[in-house]
Design a binder for this molecule. Structure first.
Ligand SMILES: [Zn+2]
Length: 82
């Protein structure tokens, strides 16, 4: 059996090249019996297609990869997998 690599591809332009984009934010919330605000610093990542600039979240990519795994399993059924 040969080695085969399936890529996650942009569903808009079929490109397989992405760059990572970071969003930084602060989430403020009040504290009981106090005028203070405390905050959480959050960093989120999205992945942007280098061709058409469409953005995907990590979850969307994971989902697509899971779909590829399923499709591949159907095409080449293996008795080794449990
Ligand atoms: Zn694209």
């Amino acid at each position: 059996m040969g080695l085969h690599v399936d890529h996650f591809k942009c569903d808009n332009c079929r490109s397989k090249d992405f760059i990572r984009v970071y969003n930084f934010s602060l989430r403020f919330h009040g504290v009981n019996f106090s005028d203070d605000l405390i905050y959480d610093e959050q960093t989120s990542e999205v992945y942007q297609c280098m061709e058409c600039k469409k953005r995907f979240t990590r979850e969307e990519i994971e989902e697509a990869l899971a779909g590829i795994r399923k499709a591949r399993r159907k095409r080449t059924p293996s008795t080794l997998e449990g």
